[in-house]
Design a protein around this ligand. Structure first.
Ligand SMILES: [Zn+2]
Length: 167
């Protein structure tokens, strides 16, 4: 069982509402806000959620700054991204062995505008009332993963993704 630490939601909200787009920063390789990148191609990037409420939680985003989950994409672009999301979810299912994999797109025009998808593995065996949206709440605290544990997780997901054709 991995330890959890309380999540400072107020500080997080202040940061995302006052900072430049963190996904554009990540794509530009800005060293002030490092992330563990699992995979990237010319159109999209996959990286570990920096504030994981569940083990194996990653995010998938287009490299270009798009905001509307469907409206800012042609159907062809959208489906190409979904093929990657499918593979990330499968890599997660294989590597983490969760009960289910949740896939969501959230975000807001008031912060976190750059559209992204959450690939969130639900651990096996959680009681029903701790599943679904309750499993995703920051009020649960975030997992206390060391740098080495994050690197190992990113490497494991990268390896499975490569097996699925995204190398
Ligand atoms: Zn952006």
């Amino acid at each position: 069982m991995i330890d959890r630490q309380p999540f400072d939601n107020k500080a997080y909200v202040e940061t995302i509402q006052s900072s430049p787009c963190f996904i554009c920063q990540l794509v530009a390789g800005d060293p002030t806000n490092p992330h563990h990148i699992i995979y990237e191609n010319s159109e999209a990037v996959v990286f570990l959620n920096k504030y994981p409420v569940l083990y194996g939680y990653s995010l998938v985003a287009p490299k270009a700054h798009r905001e509307q989950v469907t409206g800012d994409f042609s159907q062809e672009e959208y489906l190409r991204l979904q093929a990657l999301i499918y593979a990330v979810a499968e890599a997660t299912r294989i590597y983490v062995q969760p009960e289910r994999v949740y896939i969501l797109s959230l975000g807001s025009q008031q912060g976190n505008r750059h559209v992204h998808w959450h690939i969130a593995p639900l651990p096996a065996g959680l009681p029903f009332d701790e599943q679904q949206l309750n499993a995703l709440r920051f009020s649960n605290g975030v997992l206390n993963l060391s740098e080495a544990e994050r690197q190992e997780l990113a490497a494991g997901l990268r390896r499975e993704l490569a097996r699925l054709g995204f190398a």
